[in-house]
Design a protein around this ligand. Structure first.
Ligand SMILES: [Mg+2]
Length: 261
């Protein structure tokens, strides 16, 4: 993968759904993955879960999955950073406040357009479109094919707004500022714990992971076999590995391969 093998990893970054968690498996998060993460944390490595889920939703699913290991950092809604202090997660306020203000300013400027977009989607597709605290336009499509078609149209409409991007994942999509995504949030987390790309490992499976599956974020990139083709291509193009197996089973194999090299 790279001639510069890490003497040690400092930061492990994993997406949640489809990367370490799979409803198709029992347990949904492999015990082997949890044990390896716990062992690496004891050695001083930090673990960040970098997800599109909201905080409460993520914590509930982690509990339901009987996760016995706690991430050191969470990135939620693909942009907000939280740091673990004992049993709770605290907002990384300097980043999150700037993120909130930047989005509020952007969405204020283009809010009028969103009404038209929502009406167009309602006319042409069976889909849920709504506003939440993070985006004036959120989409839950009926299927991935509809989601792709709607996202393509949204991207056309976003062209006049260079700061605006559509973040999509499976049947979901939301709007975001171009400066805030899983990749930029990961780089901020890396700066908090002093990790460089050479000592950072990242695993992801879907389109919203693409901004972090880059060598400027990590030299150790892994996608599970169940990743979408765009992610597999991006990981392999950047010198990373597509590992056999689904979700956490594949990420364990990727971590072991990285640590062995
Ligand atoms: Mg995922």
């Amino acid at each position: 993968m790279t001639p510069n093998r890490p003497t040690h990893l400092q930061l492990i970054c994993t997406d949640f759904d489809g990367t370490i968690h799979s409803d198709l498996d029992s347990p949904t998060i492999a015990h082997e993955f949890q044990e390896l993460i716990a062992d690496l944390q004891r050695q001083g490595m930090k673990w960040v879960v970098n997800t599109g889920r909201e905080m409460g939703d993520l914590l509930r699913e982690m509990k339901r999955s009987q996760m016995r290991v706690a991430p050191d950092y969470l990135v939620v809604v693909e942009r907000e950073i939280h740091v673990r202090r004992s049993d709770t997660f605290e907002s990384h306020a300097p980043w999150n406040d700037r993120c909130t203000t930047t989005h509020a300013q952007l969405f204020e400027k283009m809010r009028a357009d969103v009404t038209e977009w929502s009406e167009w989607v309602a006319k042409h597709y069976i889909a849920d479109v709504y506003e939440d605290a993070w985006s004036p336009f959120c989409l839950v499509a009926s299927n991935p094919s509809d989601a792709s078609a709607i996202v393509r149209q949204l991207e056309e409409w976003c062209r006049p707004w260079p700061e605006l991007v559509v973040v999509s994942n499976h049947i979901y999509a939301r709007l975001s500022h171009v400066d805030f995504h899983k990749g930029s949030a990961l780089r901020e987390v890396a700066s908090l714990c002093g990790a460089s790309p050479e000592t950072t490992f990242i695993a992801g499976d879907h389109l919203n992971d693409l901004p972090m599956l880059k060598r400027e974020c990590a030299h150790w990139l892994v996608a599970p076999e169940n990743a979408v083709p765009e992610v597999k291509n991006a990981v392999q193009s950047a010198g990373g590995w597509v590992m056999e197996g689904r979700a956490s089973r594949a990420v364990v194999a990727g971590l072991r391969r990285c640590l062995k090299d």
